[in-house]
Design a protein around this ligand. Structure first.
Ligand code: GMT
Length: 380
């Protein structure tokens, strides 16, 4: 198949899923064309079977807001025509599904079929999409999509309830490349790499996100501060975003800043994740929680919140721990309990890896997308 993929190319789970999907599809022999305003950050740019098409947005002085959606629609139609695309797959409904709808209409006028699949990721429904100014158009574009997938059952239910959607939505969970995201089997190599951040007797925590308010990064600091009072420990924060300075301030205010490592945006998180003992994901809401899955694939159990689609991934006490949003004391106690029992920690580490391998590997999930594309192409 020849597939056009559009996503947000910057740091964020939906762009990661879209990019990893494109890479896996290309490995399976499909031709993949990314269409976006910049190259997705996890693409090196030289992958076999993958091309990238930039969307130029001109900024005429009259435009207070450059109309990216229109430039994207034009580029989608152009790329579809020049490269004979079979379908478009857009990640994150706003505004990508609306642009795809316009591109489909443009080509239909010229007698060319260009179906599109929309994948819902979370805040496109739970936050942005429920804003009255976006809701009617988002709901229309979802209804008009040739196929709609959701990354969790939770998000599917939310979409049906709040958007009054009558068309079927297929749940296809997020996935992880279990070869790239894996524990470091060579204990000596792991211990050496870990020394950059922690001494052998120190516990190492990791948080990975785009530091948006929904991630509650200051709760990460609060949990860690409680843990660090009890045991020697270090914390890595990978990523950047609006709440970084609040988190930095809090780390200083609590006097734990020497043990907190703000690394900023990281390209190779698969090298960092397996160094950690526990991952912290105290989010207000996660429709899935891709960062937790990436950690689990590396054998790192998450200390997370019981929200959204997270319980579809984490079984409390088996492959991670779940707590109420904001209950930083319970999260700290939970982390200390796991770290204090070596056998329990080891069992959780293997269960976390096993969950990723058995239920959320690329080999299991990507064929579900391919079958779904075929189903969309077959419906006339
Ligand atoms: O978290 C966001 O701000 C949006 C979005 C993104 O692009 O990172 O995240 C959503 O999609 C991810 C990938 O499917 C999911 O793992 C996240 O749980 C989901 N975020 C929320 O629901 C808050």
């Amino acid at each position: 198949m020849r597939i056009g993929i559009t996503c947000y190319p910057t740091y964020g789970g939906s762009g990661v899923v879209a990019t990893e999907l494109g890479i896996e599809l290309a490995h399976l022999g499909h031709e993949v064309h990314f269409i976006s305003y910049s190259q997705p950050f996890r693409l090196a740019g030289r992958e076999e079977g993958i091309s990238y098409h930039e969307v130029p947005v001109s900024n005429y002085p009259l435009f207070e807001f450059p109309p990216y959606e229109l430039a994207l629609a034009s580029r989608m139609a152009e790329v579809a025509e020049y490269y004979d695309l079979d379908l478009l797959h857009v990640h994150y409904a706003i505004p990508h599904s609306v642009s795809a709808l316009l591109a489909r209409q443009m080509l239909a006028k010229r007698g060319r079929r260009l179906p599109f699949v929309t994948t819902l990721h979370g805040t496109d429904i739970t936050l942005v999409g429920m804003d009255r100014c976006y809701l009617p158009i988002t709901s229309h574009a979802i209804e008009e999509s040739d196929g709609v997938t959701s990354i969790s059952e939770y998000l599917k239910r939310e979409t049906i309830t709040h958007f009054n959607i009558s068309r079927p939505i297929e749940t296809i969970h997020n996935f992880v490349n279990i070869e790239t995201y894996a524990p470091i089997r060579d204990e000596e190599a792991r211990a050496r790499a870990r020394l950059h951040y922690a001494q052998p007797d120190e516990a190492l925590f990791l948080h990975l996100s785009n530091f948006r308010p929904v991630k509650r990064v200051t709760d990460v600091i609060k949990v860690f501060a409680r843990v660090a009072k009890e045991i020697p420990a270090q914390l890595i924060l990978a990523g950047d975003g609006p709440d970084r300075s609040a988190a930095e301030w809090l780390a200083h205010d609590l006097g734990i800043h020497p043990r907190v490592h703000f690394l900023g945006k990281q390209d190779s998180v698969h090298e960092l994740l397996p160094l950690a003992d526990l991952l912290l994901m105290p989010s207000e809401l996660e429709s899935f929680g891709l960062a937790a899955l990436e950690g689990m694939a590396c054998g790192v159990p998450p200390i997370a919140t019981r929200v959204g689609g997270v319980p579809e991934l984490i079984d409390d006490g088996i492959n991670g721990r779940l707590f109420d949003v904001g209950d930083v004391q319970a999260m700290a106690e939970g982390a200390l309990e796991v770290l204090g029992d070596r056998a329990k920690l080891d069992a959780m580490r293997s269960a976390a890896r096993q969950t990723a391998v058995e239920r959320f590997s690329a080999a299991q999930v990507v064929p579900q997308y391919v079958r779904y594309y075929q189903q969309v192409l077959d419906q006339r």
